[in-house]
Design a protein around this ligand. Structure first.
Ligand code: NAD
Length: 251
């Protein structure tokens, strides 16, 4: 078992799905976790109660609102007086195609880039400034297989947002290693969460066929990967992206 005792970690979108699994794993390994949520305060509070109030706290912020990320980071850092690790997990995957009306296309691109990329970049900006001042820190960004493989025609904006996350992560790793700031990405294929639920139900057989391991990724495996990266056991891996996709897309 990894030991994350003494580390204070912000997990965005931590109230459900991959974020909740990650918060559980990190807290289970000894970290103190800020469980960020978008809208569902009750869900986040229930998770904090489960993890223990000495080990976790819930903080809300709507990341579709420009400017929401910076106050979130500062509030999170104020809880224990510092942050050691930022896990950017919050994300959206709405559907739109070239056949939809232009206003739907424009709004969907704007919302997806704002939540998945711009808010994430704003949080990275806060983290870099704070980590530089305290002598280091770790950023772990949840990207997607779509960043490399591309996605279906109704999710081109999603793939583009995640491609941006990869480029940003690599740039941070290159630019701030000298300040002891480490940056990693994880790139899951299908993970069994609310985000994927509808699609997975409708396309179960086709998805199983395209995954050599035979099943989609359990959220706990993404959580384990994040915990490993947060541990500092592989510092020289900074800049890397770890794939979790059952060999459905081997690069
Ligand atoms: P999910 O829908 O269960 O969770 C998404 C989280 O993001 C939620 O906690 C939600 O509150 C938060 N969020 C969404 N919009 C927000 C907003 N405006 N403000 C604040 N928070 C907001 O989905 P998930 O599958 O757990 O996704 C987590 C991450 O993993 C996302 O970045 C997603 O793109 C990525 N991912 C998921 C899959 C998959 O198949 N489920 C695959 C690859 C990558």
């Amino acid at each position: 078992m990894l030991n994350l005792t003494g580390k204070v970690i912000l997990v965005t979108g931590g109230s459900r799905g991959i974020g909740a699994a990650t918060a559980r794993t990190l807290a289970g390994a000894g970290a103190q976790v800020i469980v960020h949520y978008g809208r569902n305060a009750a869900e986040a509070q229930a998770l904090v109660t489960e993890l223990g109030h000495d080990r976790a706290v819930a903080l809300g912020a709507d990341l579709s609102r420009p400017g929401a990320a910076a106050p979130l980071f500062r509030e999170a850092a104020a809880w224990q007086g510092r942050l050691d690790v930022l896990v950017n997990n919050a994300g959206v995957a709405p559907s739109v195609t070239v056949d939809d009306p232009l206003d739907a296309w424009t709004a969907t691109w704007a919302q997806t880039l704002q939540v998945n990329l711009v808010a994430l970049a704003d949080l990275c900006r806060e983290a870099i400034v704070a980590f530089r001042a305290q002598g280091g820190g770790t950023i772990i960004n949840v990207a997607s297989r779509a960043a490399f493989r591309g996605d279906n025609p109704n999710a081109m904006h999603y793939a583009a947002s995640k491609g941006g996350v990869i480029a940003l992560t690599r740039s941070i790793a290159r630019g701030y290693a000298k300040d002891n700031i480490l940056a990693y990405a994880v790139a899951p294929g299908w993970v069994r969460t609310d985000m994927a639920e509808g699609y997975l139900r409708e396309h179960a057989q086709e998805i199983a066929r395209e995954i050599p391991l035979g099943d989609v990724v359990p959220p706990e495996e993404v959580a384990n990967t994040v915990a490993f990266l947060a541990s500092g056991l592989a510092r020289h891996m900074t800049g890397a992206t770890l794939d979790l996709n059952g060999a459905s897309y081997v690069r």
